[in-house]
Design a protein around this ligand. Structure first.
Ligand SMILES: Cc1cc2nc3c(=O)[nH]c(=O)nc-3n(C[C@H](O)[C@H](O)[C@H](O)COP(=O)(O)OP(=O)(O)OC[C@H]3O[C@@H](n4cnc5c(N)ncnc54)[C@H](O)[C@@H]3O)c2cc1C
Length: 394
């Protein structure tokens, strides 16, 4: 459903997309995407790496020089500075994503909490970093969030633990408010999302006046997301605060479907990809129609959705760098989209994850799976890198 007078964005310019990559790094990226393209290999690789890590086999160095280097900014904020400057030189913003997953101790949660605060403080002094982001499971026990979401009664110990979680989440947004840095919360599994939504909406009401400091995320592969977004928008209108959000398609589809079958409840996921796409693209129209009360980010590697938003911005004669509208892609993916959007003057940001190799593994496995293909066709990434390699040779 592109508007009639649509301006057609060209993502095919590989010279712009890869101009910061040397021939050697392009070759390495090509080899990496070629390996990841094979679904069977990714599946076996995932198990082998997990096993190697469990028995302390020295596999970290190999990972660090390959998949980690491609998709991760580094171990620390300081490590990411070079990447942030390189992206900023091409007018691409960065969003630092401290990607700790799977930790369960209070000490780890407190350490992650302090690191998230550091990302907000770093963003305050760096115009190339317009937002901070975090996952609530980085600072809270997954099973506790699931229990609160299910409405079960907590024990006294659990209730005290949950109060700590609420305090951490509040303190993160409070720091964003004090330093005027918007902070987004990632969306996670549906069975912990109710408590995430509840906390985020409550804190939106507390910290968002005219500015969307607190921002939620909605996965459009859920068939109820359009309804949830509209309901939350209505709450913001009634509460007199600005609604801030990002939309994604959703990263946990297979896990969601498997759990629904195992536990015998209707799947929360759309019946097919077309339905996800339809809701994803449909809600973009809604945001554009409600810009006076919504700030939003469209986080995707899907060219059709990106073309749609870009053409709506142009058709409505909005500023391409409208402060309430952002595109976003993940670091190491879809540079042809990011760099071409930036070249055309749209607001576009890369999520730059950072952290230790071991704790980045779930994130890296998701990237590998996302880039693999069942039928053996080349991924879009692979084709673009190949095109650029050929262009440079000619
Ligand atoms: C900047 C950024 C931030 C992100 N943050 C989050 C986050 O907070 N939470 C999160 O869950 N994910 C997040 N993701 C990942 C995102 O949800 C997607 O997994 C990923 O971006 C692929 O979707 P796409 O729109 O880029 O591409 P596409 O290739 O167009 O879409 C693939 C997606 O479509 C959906 N889909 C595929 N097949 C079907 C089907 N048969 N039925 C229904 N739906 C289907 C799935 O969601 C799949 O991931 C983020 C992605 C980006 C770029």
């Amino acid at each position: 459903m592109l508007p009639e007078k649509s301006h057609v964005l060209n993502f095919e310019n590989t010279e712009i997309a890869f101009r910061d990559q040397s021939n050697a790094s392009l070759r390495q990226a090509y080899q990496l995407f070629r390996l990841m393209n094979n679904k069977t290999l990714v599946c076996i690789g995932k198990h082998l790496v997990s096993f190697a890590m469990a028995i302390h086999f020295p596999v970290k160095n190999i990972l660090r020089k390959t998949i980690y280097r491609h998709f991760v900014g580094g171990m620390s904020i300081e490590d990411c500075s070079v990447t942030i400057s390189r992206l900023a030189n091409r007018h691409v913003f960065s969003i630092l994503d401290y990607a700790q997953e799977g930790e369960e101790s209070e000490a780890a949660f407190n350490a992650t909490f302090r690191e998230i605060i550091r990302t907000i403080e770093f963003a305050q002094h760096n115009p190339a970093v317009p937002f901070s982001v975090f996952k609530i499971t980085g600072i809270a026990r997954f099973d506790l969030l699931a229990k609160v979401s299910s409405g079960s009664v907590l024990t006294d110990v659990e209730a005290a633990e949950y109060r700590q979680v609420e305090e951490r989440v509040d303190a993160i947004f409070r720091r964003g408010y004090e330093l005027d840095v918007p902070v987004m919360v990632d969306a996670e599994e549906t069975w912990i999302q109710p408590v995430l939504d509840e906390m985020v909406m409550r804190l939106m009401a507390k910290y968002n006046g005219k500015k969307a400091i607190v921002q939620n995320t909605y996965q459009m592969y859920r068939h109820d997301s359009v309804e949830r977004i509209k309901k939350h928008h209505q709450m913001a209108l009634e509460g007199g605060f600005r609604f801030g959000l990002k939309i994604v398609r959703g990263a946990y589809m297979e896990k969601e479907r498997a759990r629904a079958i195992e536990k015998g409840y209707p799947s929360p996921i759309q019946p097919d990809k077309e339905s996800t796409d339809c809701d994803f693209n449909g809600i973009i129209h809604y945001f554009i129609d409600h810009l006076e009360s919504i700030d939003f980010m469209v986080a995707t590697h899907n060219e059709e959705s990106i073309r749609l938003l870009a053409s709506l911005i142009d058709a409505r004669e909005l500023l391409r760098n409208h402060p309430g509208i952002y595109f976003s892609q993940l670091y190491g993916m879809s540079d042809h989209i990011t760099y071409n959007l930036a070249e055309q003057g749209y607001n576009v940001a890369k999520y730059v994850p950072y952290g230790a190799v071991k704790t980045m593994m779930p994130y890296l496995f998701r990237r590998a799976e996302e880039n693999s293909s069942v039928k053996g066709q080349s991924s879009r990434e692979l084709k673009m890198i190949h095109t650029e390699m050929k262009r440079r040779r000619s």
